[in-house]
Ligand binder design. Structure first.
Ligand code: C5P
Length: 299
C-alpha cells in the first residue's frame, strides 16, 4: 500500500509560556499541504526500513521508531514484519513536519497492515510519545495545536489555498531544541492571533496576510546563518511578505492561485532557496474523518 505523508505549514505559531516540565505551551494553526513524502508499506518477514532522496536518516529513524513503538505496544509485527520504503521530498528539519508526518503515517499504515485495530485515541497517544507534533499528522487537515502541540482542535480546512514554500540552505544540529532554548519572554504571546485565524476557518473564510504570525521569528533569524538575507531576498523578488513555518527555516507565502504560485517559483529560481508550489490538503486520510471541532487528546 502506498501512503502520502503530507508536510504542514504553521499559519500561526504562538509560544505562550515555558512549562514546569521544560516544554513550552503553544497555540498554532497548522494545515497539511500537498508537498509530500511517499511511504510504501508491504508485508515482509522482518521489519525493514529504507529511504530514498536524503543522505542523512533521522527521518528513517522516526519511521523505524514508530514501527518499533507499535510492535511493543501491541505485540504484533514481531512475527509478521513489514517493509517500509520512504521516498523523501519534504526537506528535513526545515519546520515542515516531514519526519513527524512519516512517523504518523507509519503508525496508521502498520495498524491497517497488521490489523492491530488501534483506535484514534491509542494512535494519538503513541504518536505523542514519538514527538510533540506527530499526533496532528495522524489525521492532518486543519487544526489548532495547543499544549506542547499534542492537544488538537480539528477545524474546517481551507480549500485550495495555493502557497509558495521557500527553503533556505540549513544544517543546524538539534534545531528544534536550540530554537526553543533561544526563546526570550518577549517572543511569547497570548494566543489571540491563533484564535482569530481559527475563527476565520470556522466561518469558512480565507486567511489574509494579517492573520499570519510566528513567535520563532527573532530566534530563527539569530540561529540560522543567512536566513535573514534569504528572507528579504524572497520578499523583494516576490513583492510580498513571507512567514516562518514551525521553528524554520522554511518560509512560505500565500498565492492567489496556481498560476500565481508558479510565477513566484520562476522569480525565486535564481535565489538560494529551494522553492515549491503547494496547496492546502483537507485531510491526510479519507478513512479517518472527524466532524469539525472534534477535540483530540484533551484530558
Ligand atoms: O517533542 P519533541 O521531541 O518534538 O520536542 C523536542 C524538544 O523541543 C523538546 O525536548 C523541548 O526542548 C522542545 N519543545 C518545547 N516545547 C514544545 C515542543 C518541543 O520546548 N511544545
Amino acid at each position: 500500500m502506498l501512503y502520502r505523508c503530507y508536510a504542514k505549514l504553521n499559519f500561526t505559531l504562538e509560544i505562550l509560556r515555558l512549562r514546569d516540565d521544560g516544554y513550552h505551551d503553544l497555540a498554532s494553526l497548522v494545515h497539511t499541504v500537498s508537498l509530500a513524502d511517499d511511504l510504501r508499506i508491504e508485508l515482509a518477514n522482518e521489519l525493514l526500513t529504507r529511504v530514498e532522496g536524503l543522505d542523512i536518516d533521522p527521518e528513517t529513524n522516526l519511521v523505524a521508531r514508530a514501527a518499533e513503538r507499535l510492535v511493543s505496544a501491541t505485540g504484533r509485527g514481531s512475527r509478521v514484519g513489514a517493509e517500509l520504503s520512504l521516498v523523501k521530498r519534504i526537506p528535513a528539519a526545515a519546520g515542515l513536519g516531514g519526519g513527524s508526518s512519516d512517523a504518523a503515517t507509519t503508525l496508521v499504515g502498520l495498524n491497517a497492515l497488521w490489523d492491530t485495530r488501534l483506535g484514534l485515541t491509542d494512535l494519538v497517544r503513541l504518536a505523542a510519545e514519538l514527538g510533540s507534533d506527530v499526533p496532528f499528522f495522524i489525521r492532518g487537515g486543519a487544526a489548532v495545536m495547543r499544549g506542547r502541540g499534542d492537544e488538537l482542535e480539528v477545524l474546517p480546512p481551507l480549500t485550495g489555498q495555493w502557497l509558495v514554500i521557500a527553503v533556505p540552505p540549513h544544517d543546524v544540529l538539534d534545531k528544534t531544541r536550540r530554537l526553543y532554548g533561544s526563546l526570550q519572554p518577549s517572543d511569547f504571546s497570548s494566543g489571540a492571533m491563533t484564535q482569530q485565524a481559527a475563527e476565520r476557518l470556522r466561518n469558512h473564510e480565507q486567511l489574509l496576510f494579517d492573520h499570519l504570525a510566528n513567535g520563532f521569528e527573532r530566534a530563527a533569524r539569530a540561529v540560522f546563518p543567512g536566513l535573514s538575507d534569504a528572507w528579504s531576498q524572497a520578499e523583494q523578488v516576490c513583492d510580498r511578505r513571507f512567514f516562518l513555518s514551525g521553528a524554520g527555516p522554511a518560509l512560505f507565502t500565500l498565492a492567489t492561485d496556481r498560476a500565481d504560485a508558479r510565477r513566484q517559483l520562476g522569480k525565486l529560481a535564481d535565489s538560494n532557496v529551494v522553492a515549491h508550489a503547494a496547496r492546502t490538503v483537507k485531510h491526510a486520510r479519507a478513512s479517518l474523518r472527524f466532524a469539525p471541532e472534534t477535540r483530540i487528546g484533551y484530558p
